[in-house]
Write a protein that binds this ligand. Structure first.
Ligand code: HEC
Ligand code: HEC
Length: 251
């Protein structure tokens, strides 16, 4: 470690090396900042979690240092990726250096066939009943049009085999009991002081006046069936995951 830093102090040596050195002072600083601010979503080694794997070396938001800079400062509008406008240029530079150093690992191989996965998604899995891809599919679950861009492989795999493990924000299960004793289990689609909007497992919408509701309970379990690890063979699961990883959003 110390050896590398002193080598890099003579900048020419560093610049001439391909691939670049695994760790520089900048990437080390970046690693520390990353652990605090980014690891909760991108994982402790930048290999992804709820946010995408950043070690693949190629980025949907753009591959140049300037693209990474912009993404970190401004975030990605309309996604969970926040901006960090208060970070100094130096800190952002350190983060970019860290991401570059983390990206020198072999990218993980995706085993399955995405074509077979696509067929499984719409037919055997019945996933389209609850998930939209592009303009096709249901709305009970999150839109998966950008799943491969937004999430890591590990997160998507866990979402399919253990839906209860990490409930996607805004998709918690809610059980409403009405004054006349009806019980509706669904995902809420809006909640204010007067109304509750709910969509149930069959995709049916309910709108309640709060006065008609005797109880509304939010639960941290998923309405997604927890049976896919049994329904699919391991090879089929690989295929479905391969398909999800190709979903990068409509142009
Ligand atoms: C709350 C979760 C969260 C936090 C915290 C977070 N990110 Fe992200 N990040 C995401 C998500 C989700 C995306 C994918 C956005 C999309 O759908 O394009 C993303 C995308 C990115 C991308 C672009 C990836 C690509 O392929 O286009 C970079 C680079 C990035 N984040 C870096 C960082 C850094 C550096 C930090 C810390 C300073 C950070 N992120 C903190 C969730 C997060
Ligand atoms: C009965 C409706 C339903 C079906 C069928 C269903 N899901 Fe889901 N899915 C949900 C709901 C609701 C959530 C959000 C709660 C959670 O995180 O589990 C979800 C979450 C997910 C997520 C996490 C999305 C994110 O961005 O956080 C993925 C990935 C996913 N489902 C994939 C699938 C796949 C693949 C299939 C078919 C093999 C499938 N789902 C079948 C309802 C469903």
């Amino acid at each position: 470690m110390r050896f590398l830093i002193s080598l890099c102090a003579s900048a020419f040596l560093c610049a001439a090396q391909t691939p670049p050195p695994a760790a520089t002072q900048a990437s080390e600083n970046g690693r520390v900042v990353f652990r605090i601010y980014c690891a909760p979503c991108h994982g402790i080694h930048a290999q992804g979690g709820r946010g995408p794997d950043l070690t693949r070396g190629t980025y949907a938001a753009g591959d140049t240092d300037a693209d990474l800079h912009r993404t970190i400062v401004s975030g990605v509008t309309g996604t969970e990726m926040p901006g960090f406008p208060d970070f100094s240029q130096n800190i952002v530079g350190d983060l970019v250096a860290y991401i570059r150093s983390a990206a020198q690992r072999e990218p993980p191989q995706i085993k399955g066939s995405f074509k077979d996965g696509e067929a499984l998604f719409w037919a055997k899995g019945g996933c389209g009943a609850c998930h939209k891809i592009g303009s096709k599919g249901g709305t009970l679950g999150p839109d998966l049009t950008r799943a491969g861009r937004q999430r890591s492989y590990a997160y998507l795999l866990e979402s399919v085999v253990h839906p209860d493990a990490d409930i996607s924000p805004g998709f918690e299960t809610i059980t409403v009991v009405t004054r006349d004793g009806k019980k509706i289990v669904g995902v809420h689609r809006g909640y204010d002081n007067f109304n509750a909007l709910l969509v149930d497992q069959a995709g049916k919408f309910y709108s309640f006046d709060k006065n008609e509701v005797t109880s509304a309970k939010q639960e941290y379990r998923s309405l997604m069936p927890g049976t896919y690890a049994k329904l699919f063979s391991p090879a089929e699961l690989d295929d479905v995951l391969a398909y999800l990883m190709t979903l990068k959003g409509v142009q």
